[in-house]
Every structure is written in structure tokens, then in C-alpha cells.
Ligand binder design. Sequence first.
Ligand code: TXA
Ligand code: MG
Length: 333
Amino acid sequence: MQTRTLVVDPFDPDPALIAQAGDLILRGDVVAFPTETVYGLGASASNARAVGKIFTAKGRPATNPLIVHVASAREVDQVASEFPEMAQRLAERFWPGPLTLILPRAEAIPRIVTAGGDTVAVRVPRHPVALALLRAVGVPIAAPSANQSTLLSPTRAEHVLRSLSGRIPLLLDGGPTPGGIESTVVDVHTDRPRLLRPGLIPVAQLESIVGPLALAAGDSVPQGPDRSPGLSLLHYAPRTPLECSLDGWHRAQHLLAQGRRVGLLTLSTRPVLPVLPGLMVLELPENPDDYAAGLFASLHTLDEAGLDLIVVSWPPDTPEWLAVRDRLRRAIH
Ligand code: TXA
Ligand code: MG
């Protein structure tokens, strides 16, 4: 299969191009498209065969459920059997946007989407291309990140192609995705809300609406039988071994002295580093949102550079870095 790429204006996508993508989805095929977080690989959520193509293209285990995207909160009843009051308050505040809610599954959603479970993940994306596509098809779209399973999420069209070229019929190229990391996932299907995956929305903002979130205090990957399946470790990882260090520069020098080729990802605030053979340095802004926006793109670049090892300097262990530290922890191997 040849993957076709259509370049679309991320702010004002051409309806004719969106219609081409929409036709494919309505005919039961898959399409990669930009959201405000990362690129997604979408299929009609009520079509089990189409959703199966997502799992095949990604090599995704059937035990990992998908997020279903809808055009507005009014369409939640097509996906979920209940929309609890607490969930509605979160939706009102953060949709469209990078917040995914776990709700009871509606009959219309086949079990392949939810990995056999009775809950479903739902969100309304903010990206104009994603919204235009949802409105054009008029049905919910199931879409995980558009990368091969366990590898880094894609924030640019070229990342999607590197992972899925030849495995999907169409990619809508809307340029770099602004958010850079995946949506915040909150489980609101019981009375006790739980943070399953930190993201760009600060925990304090969520808690101001729903009260204390379980698992919100620690900056650790949730463990236990009821964690989100996609939260297993070794997720979002580059192929090159990656480690995090409190003093990345020190660690990188040590590895260089052993004759290894090292990539160093560090905050831009530190003093300018000398140019050394075997060392590739990338810097990211010290603002957590700007850092998140560039994180996966930087890791993709380092991963493509033929290095022996990637060293990342840990950003501060403070609440505003929760989501970035979570993604770094999963990239370690
Ligand atoms: O920003 C995003 O969320 C992107 C864009 C494309 O929307 N999507 C994304 O999908 O990151 P994916 O499949 O890479 O991650 C979905 C996460 C996984 O951790 C999965 O386990 C969790 O959501 N999830 C999905 N359905 C769930 C459910 N019913 N219960 C608990 N966790 C669920
Ligand atoms: Mg993913």
C-alpha cells in the first residue's frame, strides 16, 4: 500500500481535502490526522473491521483500548451510556481540548475499541483539522497516536511516515502539532475521579472542578490491576537507549570518555556547552508547556542520529513538570 500525503492548512483546512479523508473513514479505512496534542490514526468508531485496521497498522496489542473522538459534548451519548455530572463539568471547562474522560461504554461502540471493557475513553479535540474531519464524517472517530506501538508519539507528519508509511492509505499533514504530548486522561466513571495519564492540563485546574484526584499527588506511573492499560512502562520510547540524569552534562561527559556517541537533551537555561566530538546537544525551553511542545520532536531527532545513547537532564520535580516527567520515565530503557 502506498501512503498518500495531503498538506492541509492547520488553521483553515480545505473542505475538499477533508472530504477525501472523510470518504476513506466512512468507507471503513484509516487516516492519520493532526490533533492539538499529537497525530492520531483514526477510523470510524462503530465499525469494528475499520478499527481492527488501526490495531494492525500499529501492531497494537488488543488489550490496549482506544480514545474515541467526537465533534462536541452533544455527541457523547453516541459513545457513552452515561455522562455523569462531574464529567460534564470537566467537559464544559476543557473541551474542545486535550482532556480524555473515561465513561461507561455505549452499546454502539464495539468491544474492540475498549479492549473488551465496559468503559470508553472520549475526547473533543481542539485542532481545526481534527474538528473539520469529525464534522465532515458525522460519526465518532476512534484514534490512538499514529505511531507503531510502544514507539514515540508523532508530532509531525514525517514522524507518522517514519512509523506507518506503506501501512496506511492517507495522512493529512497539518504541520507540527502544538501541544506535543498526549491528552490528560481522567477516569470519571465512578464517584472517585482518578488521573490515569497526566497531560498539558495542570492537575490543580482539574481539581478545582472535581476535587482531589486519586494518583494526582505522586509523580509516578500508576500501578496495580486497575491502571490504564496504555500506562504500562516502556511506552513512547525511542529505539536508542535513553536514560535520565540529574546532571545530564556530567553523565554525557562520562559516557563520551568511554568512546560512546551521546545525545544530550537539556534545558536551555544551563551555560553554553562546548562542542565535543561524539556529542549532539539539543536544548528545550524551561517553560513546561514549551518543553512539552518540543519533547517528542527532539527525541525523534536524537533517535535518528545514530547515537549509542540518549541522556536527558531531568526537569525539576515540581507539579508543573508532572506530564513531562511522566513521558520521560516511560522513554527510559
Ligand atoms: O492526545 C491524545 O490522547 C492522542 C490523540 C490522537 O487524541 N491519543 C492518544 O491515544 O494518545 P493512545 O491510544 O496513544 O493513548 C490512549 C490512552 C492509553 O493510555 C489507553 O490505555 C487509555 O488512553 N485508555 C483508552 N481507553 C481507556 C479506558 N476505557 N480505560 C482506561 N484507559 C483507557
Ligand atoms: Mg500512543
